[in-house]
Design a protein around this ligand. Structure first.
Ligand SMILES: C[S@@+](CC[C@H](N)C(=O)[O-])C[C@H]1O[C@@H](n2cnc3c(N)ncnc32)[C@H](O)[C@@H]1O
Length: 221
């Protein structure tokens, strides 16, 4: 697995958060990281295509996507060595190692050519990671710069829960803070502005009464 230079504090923080959590991550997160399967459905990865996940965690999404798109190759980036260890083992267990390459790196500043030997990808996706990445706006621009000309960027993350009761929102926010997760209020505006800057199309959906947001930049004119 390749590694490039990392912001040490954030890498340590993420390893600290996930050192034990990674063992129960997939079981527990399936109840509240909603919209991930819709994102995978929407990838529509082309035959022989390349798909990169930034902040791939335990590899849950890459494994499901690799089963769903059996002709595509997958690449995962994460800053946490702990998460990558879990992801690597799960990918091996699934017999997917020949189609999946993992690397350790910072999603705000990475060199895909050096890490994977590939500069541009048909699909890039970020699932519930922008809410954990300091300087997440840079991840959006790096992701767009990593797209092939007809490629698309797919994002799912927490929304603002505007359609849900205040007590629910307060409880959720308190719970998320324990894991250093901050839903990004300006996510929609930043994505819209990036799509205008790059001249790409923009699609946006709110899910489950604004619990989660799902966005796609590019991929259609
Ligand atoms: C909530 S988990 C999401 C994992 C996976 N995408 C999913 O949907 O289950 C967030 C992941 O982002 C990673 N992460 C946080 N900051 C990062 C950064 N700057 N660069 C790369 N990965 C980062 C964490 O280590 C963690 O694995």
């Amino acid at each position: 697995m390749s590694t490039t230079e990392l912001p040490a504090n954030h890498a340590e923080l993420m390893d600290g958060v996930y050192r034990w959590q990674r063992h129960i991550y997939d079981l527990t997160r399936k109840y509240y990281l909603l919209g991930r399967d819709q994102l995978i459905d929407g990838l529509d990865a082309p035959r022989g295509g390349t798909v990169l996940e930034l902040g791939c965690g335990t590899g849950r999404n890459i494994i499901l996507a690799a089963r769903r798109y059996p002709d595509a190759r997958f690449f995962g980036l994460d800053i946490s060595a702990e998460m990558l260890e879990t992801a690597g083992k799960a990918i091996d267990r699934e017999g997917l190692s020949s189609r999946v390459t993992l690397a350790r790196g910072d999603a705000t500043d990475f060199d895909a050519g050096a890490l994977y030997g590939i500069e541009h990808f048909d699909r890039v996706f970020v699932s519930y990671s922008l809410s954990m990445i300091p300087g997440w706006e840079k991840t959006v621009s790096e992701a767009l710069a990593s797209l092939a000309p007809t490629g698309s960027l797919h994002i799912v993350d927490f929304g603002q829960q505007e359609g849900l009761p205040n007590w629910f929102r307060t409880l959720l926010r308190g719970w998320l803070r324990k894991f250093h997760v901050s839903p990004r209020e300006s996510l929609r505006e930043v994505l819209e502005s990036e799509s205008r800057r790059t001249g790409a199309s923009f699609r946006f959906r709110t899910l489950y009464r604004d619990y989660a947001w799902l966005a796609v930049i590019g991929g259609q004119k």
